[in-house]
Design a protein around this ligand. Structure first.
Ligand code: SF4
Ligand code: SF4
Length: 150
């Protein structure tokens, strides 16, 4: 991943993001072909012990997160930089944000896609204390202007 999970870490540098995208191109094509043709496919799994351990730890952590998944938006808050542009409301794919007195309010049906926090032009959205110093990740394939104009 290029570092789009702001809840956990900073994005990678632009250079390594480009490398990741380049490396994954053929893989994504292969996977999309399999889906399009509705073929069965056995997922690749690493046999390295370190990968197996990481997977187990990751699954345990993910299980814990899933228990209260949609309500994890309770950790979102906004700082004084918010200028009420409503981009966060427009960008949320599940209409989980509404406005109250010109400020966003999260409705606890969050899919944790991170779009609102990554794309806020003022970096006004925070998640607990973890994101205060974290950089934002923007997908290079998404046109930011188009999003604002929607
Ligand atoms: S996108 Fe950011 S600045 Fe715009 S309304 Fe939402 S929180 Fe405020
Ligand atoms: S993280 Fe995604 S799903 Fe959750 S409120 Fe923000 S934009 Fe909506």
């Amino acid at each position: 991943m290029p570092g789009n999970n702001i809840f956990a870490y900073n994005p990678s540098s632009q250079k390594s993001q480009s490398k990741i995208f380049e490396r994954e191109k053929s893989k994504i094509k292969k996977i999309s072909d399999i889906i399009r043709k509705r073929k069965d496919y056995k997922c690749e799994a690493s046999k390295l012990v370190i990968d197996i351990i990481i997977d187990r730890v990751f699954i345990k952590t993910t299980d814990k997160i899933m228990e209260n998944f949609h309500r994890r938006d309770e950790e979102f808050w906004i700082n004084n930089n918010c200028k009420g542009c409503k981009l966060c409301e427009k960008i949320c794919p599940v209409n989980n944000i509404e406005f109250n007195l010109d400020k966003p309010v999260w409705k606890h049906n969050c899919e944790q896609c991170t779009a609102c926090i990554q794309y806020c032009p003022m970096e006004a959205i925070q998640w607990g204390k973890k994101t205060i110093k974290r950089k934002r990740y923007r997908d290079p394939n998404i046109n930011f202007i188009e999003l604002i104009m929607r």
